[in-house]
Design a protein around this ligand. Structure first.
Ligand SMILES: NC(=O)c1ccc[n+]([C@@H]2O[C@H](COP(=O)([O-])OP(=O)(O)OC[C@H]3O[C@@H](n4cnc5c(N)ncnc54)[C@H](O)[C@@H]3O)[C@@H](O)[C@H]2O)c1
Length: 305
């Protein structure tokens, strides 16, 4: 005999699936200004890696949206420069020098932030490094550093700031991952491993919060190459810039802010990258490799002489 509850649950799931597909399609075609957005103007946002590139631009943009900023970076000078820029237009920013590759440092400075600034509403795990070396050329210490900064630091910051978010049932955790967290790329073995970890962590945490019926939101951002100082570490060649573009920081920041405001869980930039995990899962491995070669991914990253 069929279980009545199972049938009912299956029917409800089918209806929800249809509803989410249709609402997702409507959202994708609606003008940005029509989308309902949450108010972040009273939030305190902590951005790691705020001393350069995407982190700096994201921190400045969040401050322009009214957020109070907490800036974390190992590079004190870069971090102070970001704070000065925020203060120049009347924003609020506190700087902390942190080495995210050290768990104890993360916990110590997190405690300092909680007592000096207060609870964090938006946590942006952005800091990252790339070694830019093929696997066998990559020193062990650098491989460990990639894992610590690009992945493990996300565990420690989230452990430090999530409890207060849960207590108030309010908060948003953003992970700046990468397209390299969705597909493996030659020349980026340690980087890909760390970014796959960041994507997996965000996905699992999202589900955990959903099952526990918490209102804390998450967003994982997967951009392809972005024109920041990080790219100085390796040689980047895009065969078809329209298919594999080097994105401008402004585009990544604007789309990330919108994703936070609309509680979007996964943000791939450019949009075509949403297809990558699907194609990887559906196509035979050899076909997928041929496709990566065709669009120029296999020749995109190489070591600097
Ligand atoms: N640039 C790209 O092509 C690209 C593409 C996709 C994803 N991303 C991701 O975007 C994020 C930001 O990178 P970016 O391109 O702006 O690079 P960036 O080098 O300009 O900035 C990275 C920041 O992280 C900080 N940082 C590095 N190690 C740290 C540590 N141990 N402790 C504290 N801070 C540390 C650096 O000082 C720097 O300010 C990274 O997670 C990166 O992996 C970058």
């Amino acid at each position: 005999m069929l279980d009545f509850e199972l049938i009912l649950e299956t029917i409800i799931t089918l209806f929800l699936t249809l509803f989410y597909i249709v609402s997702g399609m409507v959202k994708a075609v609606l003008p940005v200004s029509w989308l309902p957005k949450k108010d972040i103007s009273k939030d305190t946002a902590l951005v790691t890696g705020a001393g350069s590139g995407i982190g700096r631009a994201l921190a400045i943009s969040l401050a322009k949206h009214g957020c109070r900023l907490v800036l974390w970076d190992i590079n004190e000078e870069g971090n102070e420069a970001t704070a000065s820029e925020i203060k120049r237009f009347g924003g609020r920013a506190d700087t902390y020098t942190v080495d995210l590759s050290k768990r104890e440092d993360v916990y110590k400075v997190a405690d300092q932030v909680l007592s000096e600034v207060g609870v964090i509403d938006i946590l942006v795990n952005n800091a990252g490094i790339v070694t830019g070396k093929t696997f066998l050329h990559c020193p062990d210490a650098l491989i460990e550093k990639s894992m610590q900064v690009n992945a493990m630091a996300h565990f420690w910051t989230t452990k430090a700031f999530l409890p207060a978010m849960i207590e108030r049932d309010h908060g948003h955790i953003v992970s700046i991952a990468s397209t390299a967290g969705l597909v493996g790329v030659n020349g980026l073995a340690d980087y890909c491993a760390s970014k796959f970890a960041a994507v997996g962590f965000s996905e699992a945490l999202t589900l955990e919060l959903h099952v526990e019926q918490k209102s804390i939101k998450t967003t994982v951002v997967c951009p392809s190459f972005v024109d920041t100082p990080m790219l100085d570490k390796c040689r980047i060649y895009t065969k078809y810039p329209k298919v594999v573009p080097v994105l401008k920081i402004e585009e990544v920041v604007q789309k990330t802010i919108l994703a936070i405001q609309t509680n979007q869980e996964v943000l791939c930039i450019p949009k075509a990258n949403y297809a990558l995990p699907v194609l990887k899962g559906l196509l035979p491995c050899k076909t997928f490799k041929a496709l990566l070669k065709l669009i120029g991914i296999t020749g995109a990253v190489s070591e600097k002489e």
